[in-house]
Write a protein that binds this ligand. Structure first.
Ligand SMILES: [Zn+2]
Length: 489
């Protein structure tokens, strides 16, 4: 199977074919930095990070561009209220974004274009639309003429005539038609503004993404990410601007992640219904938050609550425990504490584990190939941990099969590269395990000495200690053997 991706314009999944062989261009609508990011924002960025990692895993060279809207009415208002400057408010919140992104293990974008650094690109882009008759200047503003492009409304599934009845022209507007939207707005002297052929002003919100995407990715590229709430009007308008200015298809796939809901409504800054990342990261491990965001298909709605987060914590712990148990067993084989079966031989349980690992791997990649379904892919990892637990229960952790256990480890490492769920990678898990296998071996040795002294109470107490840290000591004619304890059901 190969990668299939949902296509918004045709509403179907189709095989992925890059615009340029071997390369992928991905533009993600970034943060408007009047405030620090909340978890709803980060859902989009984590989803796009997973998509990017998967595409890189498939061998594509991905160029990831994510903008910062660092000038708009809300940032100006924020700076005024704080008695600060627009630049200071923007810098502070961009830093907050980068901190949250690093905590959530989001790979840095290749470019973070800011509106204030791309005004000439934006002015040129508006100029192209004016030249072609898709826009008009009026009273120092420039508007996009919605009815000049018949494709308008297709992306979000809206009918222009039906929309019209609900829209009124605001007083002071210079629009020909209430549906038209601003590409450039005149700015009063006391507010930030830039010179343009139409007078001093600022770019409208939508035009920045069309202009900056074209600057870094060309007129036609592969992926465009952002929350579902950006579908209309933002992405509809971006598409209209770009199609009309360039005559190219703009993007092949829109990566609209579902909404993140808190209580009954969407997590939203403007409604005051949100959890800032700052707050969340103080009370929850970043790894659990990332796991929570990825443990579903990214296009689906996520309901956030303490209950859901507890479930995510329990699920994440289950995966981590499974991975640690595996690493401990492999370490025991490496250290010669367990004598594995000779190469070429496998126990019945080992054969079953090898088959299970191969089938989990196929299904993991089938899920990722199905429009990046990370939730279903994670489901296969849970299955893999169950397979491993069953194997350890059946073998009692003795006469282990190094090959099949290695296949389980390889799949976990590969999956972690794509999903980024283990904070320090799979190897990092051994370091956080409190008792090192060496410590277990030392306790076992101490117990042997106690037994030799016929100190049965001491030996029993040492056995209990070993058990407490997750291992079982089994007395055999050949001496004691250590095995990881089967997990609690
Ligand atoms: Zn955008």
């Amino acid at each position: 199977m190969s990668l299939r991706v949902y296509d918004h314009l045709t509403r179907t999944k189709r095989p992925f074919a890059p615009v340029r062989p071997g390369r992928v261009g991905m533009y993600v609508c970034g943060l408007t930095v009047q405030d620090q990011p909340h978890l709803g924002h980060m859902y989009a960025f984590v989803a796009c990070d997973m998509v990017r990692r998967y595409l890189e895993h498939l061998g594509y060279e991905v160029t990831h561009v994510q903008n910062f809207t660092d000038i708009d009415d809300k940032i100006i208002e924020r700076a005024r209220r704080e008695g600060s400057t627009v630049a200071a408010v923007a810098e502070r919140n961009m830093t907050a974004y980068h901190e949250a992104a690093a905590a959530l293990r989001i790979e840095p974008a290749h470019h973070y274009p800011r509106v204030t650094e791309h005004v000439p690109d934006i002015v040129r882009f508006v100029g192209r639309l004016l030249e072609k008759g898709f826009a008009y200047a009026a009273g120092g503003d420039v508007y996009f003429r919605v009815r000049s492009w018949t494709g308008y409304g297709q992306l979000s599934g809206r009918d222009v005539d039906a929309m019209r009845s609900g829209v009124r022209i605001a007083i002071g507007d210079h629009k020909e038609d209430p549906l038209d939207f601003a590409l450039w707005k005149a700015a009063p002297d006391h507010e930030p503004g830039w010179p343009s052929p139409w007078g001093r002003g600022r770019p409208g919100w939508h035009i920045e993404c069309s202009a900056m995407a074209a600057r870094y990715l060309g007129d036609h590229f592969d992926f465009h990410g952002g929350g579902r709430d950006l579908l209309f009007p933002h992405h509809e308008n971006e598409l209209a601007q770009s199609r009309c200015a360039t005559g190219q298809p703009f993007v092949n796939h829109w990566l609209h992640n579902g909404l993140l809901c808190l209580g009954k409504s969407k997590m939203s800054k403007s409604d005051g219904n949100f959890l800032s990342m700052d707050e969340l990261l103080r009370s929850h491990p970043a790894a659990v938050l990332r796991f929570f965001l990825l443990n579903a298909h990214f296009r689906s709605q996520l309901d956030f609550s303490e209950e859901r987060l507890r479930e995510a914590t329990a699920g994440f712990d289950r995966l981590q425990r499974g991975a640690r148990r595996l690493l401990a067993v492999l370490a025991a084989i490496d250290a010669g504490r367990d004598r594995p079966l000779p190469a070429g031989l496998a126990s019945a349980a080992g054969g079953a584990l090898a088959e299970a690992a191969a089938s989990r791997r196929r299904r993991f990649f089938a899920a990722m190939d199905d429009d990046f379904n990370s939730g279903a892919a994670i489901g296969e990892l849970f299955g893999l941990v169950r397979d491993l637990n069953q194997y350890l229960a059946e073998t009692g952790g003795r006469g282990l099969d190094a090959g099949p256990l290695g296949a389980v480890r390889d799949l976990l490492v590969e999956a972690d590269g794509i999903l980024g769920i283990f904070p320090q990678g799979l190897g990092g898990l051994t370091e956080t395990r409190s008792p090192a296998p060496e410590a277990v071996a030392a306790l076992c040795e101490a117990r042997e000495q106690a037994r030799a002294r016929r100190d049965w109470a001491g030996a029993d107490s040492l056995r209990a200690q070993i058990r407490e840290i997750g291992w079982e000591v089994i007395d055999t004619p050949g001496g004691p053997r250590l095995s990881p304890r089967p997990p609690a059901p």
